[in-house]
Design a protein around this ligand. Sequence first.
Ligand code: ATP
Ligand code: MG
Length: 628
Amino acid sequence: MNEEKVNLKAPVYIPDSSYRDYRWMGDYETVYRESVENPEKFWEDIAGELEWDKKWDNVLEWDYPDARWFSGAKLNITANCLDRHVNNSRKNKVAIIWRGDDGCERVFTYRQLFREVMRFANGLKKLGIKKGDRICFYMPFVPEHIIAILACARIGAVHTIVYAGFGSDSLHQRIVDSEAKLVITADVSIRRGKRIDLKSIVDEAIVNAPSVERIIVYRRTKPEIELYAEMELDYYSLIKGESFHCDPEIMDAEDPLFILYTSGTTGVPKGILHTCGGYMVGTYYTSKYVFDIKDSDVYWCTADPGWITGHSYLVYGPLAVGATILFSETTPDYPDLGVWWEMVEDFGVTILYTAPTAIRMFMKYGESWPDKYNLESLRILGSVGEPLNPEAFEWFYRVIGKSKLPIVDTWWQTETGMHMITTIVGQPMKPGFAGKPIPGVVADIVDNEGNPVEPGKKGKLVIKAPWPSMMRDVWNNRERYEHYWNDIPGCYTVGDMAVKDKDGYIMIIGRSDDVIIVSGHNIGSAEVESALVDHKAVSESAVVGIPDDLKGNLIVAYVILKEGFTGGEKLENELKYHVRMTLGPISMPSDIRFVQSLPKTRSGKIMRRVLRAQEMGVDPGDLSTLED
Ligand code: ATP
Ligand code: MG
């Protein structure tokens, strides 16, 4: 790999003094050093804040590339997300506030949520669902979704949640791969005032899926759709008459908790397996310390439960810390572009966790929408999913954060289960950089041989030590699991390219699969895209490399313009020049294509492989995760 220098100039934002004395365990450098010098003590101390039925024999058994965390320990994650709070002062605290697409609201206290979870858990038991059975979810964004997830975990069944925007083929693939015994779905999901039929998609998906014995249908609209009595069951009939008490199944720390398929941005989705103990510790730790969630917070994560962000930071992590969670079926642009900011004002949201794709969409339509609302309740902002380019960072910081709020740009993956690299509230921030590895995480940037590269040089991002919430396997694909660990011996290779500055701040410059080699230089897609978005006319962009005899590759850039700008030769030249001035001549695109939209996964990530295939007239590969 050619390790050329990267432009690392970035302003440093020091959080407002009131954020400096936040609740972190101590000063970062000290805590970090202690965490890597004695990782077992570090993780054991965190695990000790939670409730276990039996404590572990060993904190870590590391048989590369297999880790067993808290082996011998017994627990149930729901006992920490529910019982622990109900049995203490949080009994009547609001656990979830839900807002539907039509604006209706529902609120559950911890006690209410607890009871509903136990009742549904009893319903599942009545159907003969046992520990280890897989349950596939294909649910809209309603409270019953969260209730069912927790009920599943309560009885030790393994959930595999499929985002309800996927088509029947994708759902079928996941049901078959995970051999789900039960599917939990609803009649419809409601998006932008329109009903989207879910049940008929499930009907198609279970054809030739012999593992499926039953389907539970949550019917939310009238007249109720008909159910086929042999196999299908109404959500409410299932729980009718069931007791509101259900003891948690006592799980081994290493028992499976869930299987979740990755976003499919770079290829065929992988069924990532997470286990009970380590995942609980990792999501609890990061919810408490990265987000600094306190009892007074109203925490809003805009992700759907169907993504890892929904699993870790909508459901398990925040509930483990006893947070008040807002979640909403609302799309950010319906009924208008002010609806999210109206919700921040209405509910007094204090922590907002969202994705760059949403931020860039808001940027495109300007500041007047958020400016209509009072956003004073906000105290922390978060981002996840793709690199938060400096332009989007600045906008989020200035327009939503009023130039004082901390932004945590959290880098992590389905595979990592929890945040890995981010600034933590109170640390200085640098736009374009996610930040440093959090305590307990040993991350580095290396060349192809695994040698650390010096600051300013590009390389592969790797994790050099096991962490509790790491994936334990790829479902039905041991080889793929080992592949993550074989690329660079001794390391978990994440598949992203990155660069570090002299302070140790890490900038993600793109996916390894999306790197463009021009005249022997590695150009990260995110580098060029950030430079383009930095231009006043550009709202979003994606770049790909097209093979070229002379240079190896040519860079082609797809560009979406902001309102009020039109594409043309003049602007094309201006944009090329802008990239040239920002990054140098090698990174300058040879072609710019002005487009209205970009191919994205259903979780909002740009799928560059689709653009590349289109440019080259070849097969784009697995398209199951592509948004319509
Ligand atoms: P697939 O692995 O199937 O291609 P995916 O990688 O998009 O899909 P996820 O696990 O949802 O699946 O996403 C993790 C990836 O998202 C990371 O590897 C990284 O590329 C990107 N990512 C997530 N958060 C950030 C962030 N804060 N900054 C930069 N990139 C991020
Ligand atoms: Mg990935």
